[in-house]
Design a protein around this ligand. Structure first.
Ligand code: NAP
Length: 285
């Protein structure tokens, strides 16, 4: 069997960022100094969410973009958050909006996601964007699965006709992941908490995506030799949703944790913001 391929998301994210620097510069030159701006909204003070938002802001700075970082109290209501989103939708300086998931339980997260203007939905969280993407029309893809697709394409992973098994069906990860793999002509199985005999289904995967949110929940012994293993999970201590140690010598390709899916999510978000700014100012290469 050929040597397993390390799907190095960190290295690819760096290459993507380097290309973005030039695109940001071009936008600046063609607009008399305007730079793409990503607005991030953090509700409450969950430390992990605060870290993710900070990392996204840092990535904006690295490519020469701007960011506006809104920090709202944990006890705000849905209406207040909707008003903040309306203001960002109306702000011509803002090209992309990210509402950090999850929001506190009293807030209707779906309503807030869906309030984001489609043209600024660079994190791909709106129902309309999902629907368009699923129908093969243009919309920004949900950042994590879109980043995974970029990673698979970059490394030349063959998707067409393969059996892809996605474990997890969340709105931001499992569901859009399944639709993107389907669009790439995989045969897709989506598994979730009520799935019966998960190991049997995982064993069938040519391409496996772990998006369960439980540390090393997907056991190495469930995974067949030669599978492509994408671990979208991230838990404290730098472990994912898949028992990677057990398969990395006998799979055909795998994403490390950290350094696989995580950096690609951020690179995708900022790339989609640059894209939104280019579309807004009708800038082409
Ligand atoms: P989530 O909203 O909690 O969804 C978890 C999914 O896993 C649900 O669909 C759930 O099924 C399913 N599930 C739970 N227990 C299961 C079981 N015993 N058997 C089969 N399926 C089960 O999580 P998420 O937001 O999609 O995130 C998933 C993972 O990805 C987490 O580890 C998270 O940290 C990571 N993540 C990483 C990034 C990144 O940028 N690297 C971004 C987002 C998320 P039900 O629908 O039936 O409840």
């Amino acid at each position: 069997m050929a040597e397993p391929i390390l799907l190095d998301g960190k290295a690819l994210a760096t290459r993507i960022e380097n290309r973005l620097i030039e695109r940001v510069e071009r936008i600046k030159q063609r607009t008399d100094g305007i730079i793409p701006i990503l607005a991030t909204i953090l509700v409450g003070d969950d430390p992990a969410s605060a870290t993710y938002v900070r990392m996204k802001g840092n990535a904006c700075s690295r490519v020469g973009m701007g960011s506006i970082q809104l920090k709202l109290d944990a006890d705000i209501d849905t209406r207040t958050l909707l008003e903040e989103i309306d203001q960002l939708n109306d702000n011509p300086d803002v090209h992309g909006i990210l509402l950090q998931h999850p929001v506190p339980p009293q807030i209707d997260e779906r309503a807030c996601f869906d309030r984001i203007a489609l043209a600024k939905d660079v994190d791909g969280v709106t129902s309309q964007g999902f629907g368009k993407m699923a129908m093969g029309e243009f919309a920004y893809g949900s950042a994590t699965p879109a980043g995974i697709m970029t990673l698979l394409h970059e490394y030349g992973i063959d998707i067409e006709g393969k059996h892809a098994v996605v474990v997890g069906r969340s709105a931001i990860l499992g569901k859009p992941m399944a639709m993107m793999l389907l669009a790439a002509n995989a045969t897709v199985t989506i598994c979730h908490s009520r799935t019966q005999d998960l190991p049997r289904l995982v064993r069938q995967a040519d391409i496996l995506v772990g998006a369960v949110g439980r540390p090393q929940f997907i056991r190495g012994e469930w995974i067949k030799d030669g599978a492509v293993v994408v671990d979208a999970g991230y838990h404290p201590g730098g472990i994912g949703d898949v028992e990677l140690e057990a398969i990395r010598d006998r799979c055909s390709a795998w994403t490390p944790v950290p350094g696989g899916v995580g950096p690609m999510t951020i690179a995708t978000l900022i790339a989609q913001t640059v894209d939104a700014a280019e579309r807004h100012y009708e800038i082409t290469a």
